[in-house]
Design a protein around this ligand. Structure first.
Ligand code: HEC
Length: 155
């Protein structure tokens, strides 16, 4: 029974990948499976000021935490900031994720030297790299009152 279940899963995954060749299918997910245990919440459950879904939380990995909270320094290499999107106002029903991972300085200056990723509710990568939508919308959030190092959520 275990075998047939995993065979079914593999078939579904490759069918999905085939349909999504355009979008960065195959890129490893920036968001780890155990994010609730290893990441910290930096912005609690709230209505989104943007994106398609209504309710969000923002979490960071340990490397990103200080820069996200203090907003007085750039994010270090490999720091991850992610937004969990929910279908309900209590933030229990996960609908998907967006994530940003800091690259080396100069690696992708057009997108703030971040890797941008959109994932579905099961952490499958739907978009990856420098999608123009992510980059264009986050560009005003580089500093000042608008945001910090391309992050947009108000404290
Ligand atoms: C239409 C504008 C818009 C687009 C497109 C957009 N974002 Fe955002 N993003 C925002 C805003 C505004 C916030 C602040 C939180 C909120 O209100 O949802 C945010 C928050 C985030 C956060 C939480 C960290 C922070 O404070 O900024 C991440 C991570 C993120 N976006 C990643 C992405 C990725 C990846 C994409 C592309 C797949 C993307 N965004 C596309 C506007 C946008």
């Amino acid at each position: 029974m275990g075998t047939s279940t995993s065979r079914t899963r593999t078939t579904i995954a490759s069918a999905w990948c085939f349909a999504s060749v355009l979008a960065g299918c195959g890129a490893p997910a920036v968001v780890p499976a155990d994010y609730e245990r290893t990441y910290q919440e930096v912005r609690d459950c709230r209505r989104s000021g943007d994106h398609d879904l209504n309710f969000i939380r923002v979490l960071t990995d340990p490397a990103a935490f200080e820069a996200y909270q203090q907003r007085d320094r750039a994010f270090p290499l490999n720091a991850v900031v992610m937004k969990v999107e929910y279908a309900d106002q209590d933030c229990t029903d996960v609908a998907g994720f967006t994530a940003m991972k800091k690259l080396e300085t100069g690696a992708a200056t057009e997108g703030g030297d971040w890797q941008w990723q959109k994932l579905d509710g099961r952490r499958r990568v739907l978009e990856d790299g420098q999608p123009p939508g992510c980059v264009g919308c986050h560009r005003p959030c580089q500093g000042g009152t608008q945001g910090h190092d391309w992050t947009c959520t108000e404290p």
